[in-house]
Ligand binder design. Structure first.
Ligand SMILES: O=C(O)CCC(=O)C(=O)O
Ligand SMILES: [Fe+2]
Length: 333
């Protein structure tokens, strides 16, 4: 038997999924959250069905106004349009999910950096990392409000999973308390570089290489016409059957992350996803997306209903994942 080089199943799988694979055709569930309190049992059924199969679904009726989403994208474009020197003054502090990076995220699945720049907002870690108020008026206040709006939607979805897992309805809300200094949920602005002047060989790379997310639940905002997201359900990962997810402005695409998969004793599925390059005959302009990563507070203890895995704090879980990722990259050489 071949030695298993990495300590985590997620990574052993990830190291095999860096290739092109084939196209899949899974239906992506579109789930309406409107009238949430009255319809919660029915909504919980739909979320559970989607999260235990494809592990990815889309939301309407989530309550975040279209104007607020458009404003967030406009502020994101303004952020990345700043001069390089200005952005370099707000550098990502490694391991903190706060600040700006340029082509610095290398995925174990591909061994190459994602073709993007990003700016991450994690509430307790932002000292010195906000753009000048004069440079982008209202940026900090509006981004924090957008972060809070996403948090609220994430907590609604997570409360449905709590119900299904037999946890008390507020467990995940307590676990993601934004008032705590241990808070580690993140709003990430992403700018994938335009491919208009790219060389033919540049099209063989990935905008974002295949990966699973570390968090509990990811809420992703996309723009109509700026496609490329693909998901591969776990049971198909060996064959690499990738289903394309159509981006529609105003609809939130959600996926389960590794932390919730562990916390649910592997019932909710954190599946590999990636952002492919456009083909030369497709839209070649920049691509903007905004994910919100709901990630339990560092000091919160994760333990599944059937205790399949030992209890671990969310902080230690993330540290282990970062270390395993690092080792996986080293093993690639
Ligand atoms: O930009 C996208 O559409 C997906 C981004 C993503 O998967 C991530 O940042 O984890
Ligand atoms: Fe992701």
């Amino acid at each position: 038997m071949m030695a298993q080089p990495y300590g985590y199943d997620e990574l052993n799988r990830e190291s095999r999924i860096g290739g092109m694979g084939t196209e899949g055709t899974h239906a992506v569930a579109l789930i309406d959250l409107s009238d949430f309190d009255a319809r919660k049992p029915e909504i919980a059924d739909q979320l559970w069905q989607a999260a235990t199969t494809l592990g990815l679904f889309q939301l309407t009726g989530h309550g975040i106004p279209m104007a607020q989403i458009e404003e967030a994208f406009a502020l994101s474009e303004a952020f990345f349009a700043q001069p390089m020197e200005a952005k370099a003054g707000m550098p990502l502090r490694p391991g903190t999910n706060a600040g700006w990076e340029f082509k610095a995220q290398v995925r174990p699945s591909t061994g190459t950096p994602d073709q993007k720049e990003s700016y991450q907002i994690t509430r307790p870690r932002m000292d010195g990392l906000w753009p000048d108020e004069a440079a982008i008026p209202g940026f900090k206040e509006k981004m924090l409000a957008f972060e809070a709006a996403n948090w609220a939607v994430a907590m609604k979805v997570l409360s449905c999973f709590a119900l299904k897992l037999g946890f008390d309805a507020d467990l995940f809300t307590r676990a993601h308390d934004p008032a705590s200094p241990e808070y580690q949920s993140t709003l990430r602005l992403i700018h994938y570089l335009p491919m208009t002047d790219a060389k033919p060989e540049d099209f063989t790379g990935w905008r974002a290489g295949a990966h699973t997310d570390f968090d509990c639940l990811t809420l992703l905002h996309q723009k109509t016409g700026q496609g490329g997201l693909q998901v591969c359900p776990g049971h198909a990962a060996e064959e690499g059957a990738w289903t394309s997810v159509e981006p529609v402005a105003g609809i939130i695409t959600c996926n389960i992350g590794d932390m919730l998969m562990r916390w649910s004793d592997d019932r909710l599925l954190s599946n590999p996803h990636r952002v492919r390059m456009p083909r030369p005959d497709e839209y070649l302009g920049p691509r903007y997306s905004i994910p919100f990563f709901a990630q339990a507070n560092k000091d919160f203890v994760l333990q599944g209903p059937d205790r399949k895995y030992p209890a671990i704090t969310a902080g230690d879980y993330i540290l282990e994942r970062i270390r395993a990722n690092y080792d996986a990259l080293k093993a690639r050489g």
